[in-house]
Ligand binder design. Structure first.
Ligand code: HEC
Length: 104
């Protein structure tokens, strides 16, 4: 039984590290606000026929305004998944959309 402990400990460390990197966004590729702007209005990012602009109108400046927001990566993933029925694991799209929202 004692032999298993290091394995469990390493497993916990790995889970902890992945939680930290998830929170800081350290795993995201560099984002591009120009690409993010195009994605924000792209109704083909998901399968629902919506774009981010459907709910965050006027390119994020109208209803549900995103102006001045420091967007969390997980919020963007949630919106891609539930709002667009898209792939929340699309790292480049998350990075580009984050860069765009930060530029508002
Ligand atoms: C079906 C509607 C819908 C769609 C589509 C949608 N969102 Fe959202 N989003 C919401 C709602 C509702 C909230 C909750 C807070 C609010 O009312 O602003 C939210 C919150 C957010 C926030 C956090 C705002 C804050 O107050 O900090 C960000 C950032 C965001 N969305 C980005 C996006 C991006 C990027 C997309 C496109 C991938 C997107 N959203 C698509 C409905 C939507």
């Amino acid at each position: 039984m004692k032999r298993k402990r290091p394995v469990i400990t390493m497993g916990l460390v790995a889970i902890f590290m992945s939680m930290i990197s998830g929170c800081t966004g350290a795993s995201l590729p560099p984002g591009d606000a120009v690409r993010g702007k195009a994605l924000f209005a792209d109704t083909t990012l998901g399968t629902s026929g919506n774009s981010c602009n459907t709910c965050h109108t006027d390119m994020g400046r109208g209803e549900k305004s995103l102006v001045g927001k420091r967007p969390f990566e997980h919020t963007i993933r949630d919106c891609i998944q539930s709002g667009l029925q898209g792939d929340p694991g699309n790292e480049q799209a998350v990075a580009d959309l984050k860069a765009y929202v930060e530029s508002l």
